[in-house]
Design a protein around this ligand. Structure first.
Ligand code: C2E
Ligand code: CA
Ligand code: CA
Ligand code: CA
Length: 279
């Protein structure tokens, strides 16, 4: 084996253990944060064009630390996935999102379905239907008001298990969407083997759509597949009017993205449900 110089070696190990310590500290902080109610949700509206009707919202998790710092999911979801804390997070998000729909309902808004992200990296997927039905029962909202967005997974290697799981969820009546379609594992294989309701076109293909012929071709193909298979379709990450127009032109009417709205606090999101304009 190759020998490191003494100083090189100690530099290496110090870095490694520093990183491990940092990770451990963050894991503890996250564990504590979940327990102490430091997680909260924002809701990004989804619209149907050309009328611009509000058709749903996506619940996105944030972590406000005791010092006020707000952490974005990319900063803690990967760690949560590695440590198994993701199960607790996703279970909490599901319940909280359903509670919010209930609250909107109780405030006489006209709530639209809420979508939650479920990480397929969690190891105890078989418990998912249980936490879904618990959230529905606790809050009393109809299953049609909840949609689950699935992203890439190791789990989908075990096809039989996955099929059983998705069938159970479908039987509960919740909507099932393939998130980030066209990237990672979220591929054609999903559609060939599982029963989803909706395909969500990944932001990567939506960005600069008007000026990228390859992205145009890919998006058109995805839209064609969705129509042929009878799936619902939504594009994420729409940032410009030009992107929206190309999508609409191609036959994709449902959209989500900064052009229409950033993720919003629940109270702000509720103003869209009244049909009142934002601000
Ligand atoms: P995602 O499910 O693809 O969610 C969309 C992300 O894109 C959100 O970032 C959203 O704020 C952002 N976004 C929306 N519109 C635009 C746009 O027009 N342009 C750009 N550049 N970005 C846009 P966020 O909230 O930081 O979430 C990042 C990812 O973290 C999500 O990606 C999702 O995979 C994961 N995530 C968020 N909340 C949860 C959760 O509760 N559970 C799990 N397991 N994962 C979550
Ligand atoms: Ca999503
Ligand atoms: Ca997505
Ligand atoms: Ca994405």
């Amino acid at each position: 084996a190759k020998q490191c110089g003494r100083s090189g070696f100690s530099y290496f190990t110090r870095n490694m253990s520093e990183r491990a310590e940092q990770r451990l500290a963050m894991e503890h902080a996250l564990r504590r944060g979940i327990r102490n109610g430091e997680l909260f949700l924002v809701y990004q509206p989804k619209f149907r064009l050309p009328a611009g009707t509000l058709i749903g919202t996506e619940a996105l998790v944030r972590w406000r630390q005791p010092d006020g710092t707000v952490m974005m999911p990319e900063q803690f979801i990967p760690l949560a996935e590695e440590t198994g804390l993701i199960t607790q997070i996703d279970t909490w998000v599901m319940l909280e999102a359903c509670r919010q729909v209930r609250l909107w309902e109780d405030e006489n808004k006209s709530p639209v379905p809420v979508s939650v992200n479920v990480s397929l990296a969690r190891l105890d997927m078989e418990r998912l239907p249980q936490s879904v039905s618990a959230a529905l029962q606790t809050t009393g909202i109809p299953a049609s008001m909840l949609e689950i967005e699935f992203t890439e997974s190791q789990m989908f290697a075990q096809q039989d298990q996955a099929r059983t799981l998705l069938a159970k969820l479908k039987a509960l009546g919740v909507g099932l969407a393939v998130d980030d379609f066209g990237t990672g594992y979220s591929s054609l294989n999903y559609l060939a083997h599982y029963e989803f309701d909706t395909i969500k076109i990944d932001r990567a293909f939506v960005s600069n759509l008007p000026s990228n012929p390859k992205h145009k071709a890919i998006v058109q193909a995805i839209i064609g597949i969705a129509h042929a298979l009878g799936y619902g379709l939504i594009a994420e990450g729409v940032e410009t009017l030009e992107e929206a127009n190309v999508l609409l032109d191609f036959g994709c009417r449902d959209m989500q993205g900064y052009y229409f709205s950033h993720p919003l606090p629940a109270e702000t999101c509720a103003t869209l449900m009244d049909g009142r304009p934002l601000l």
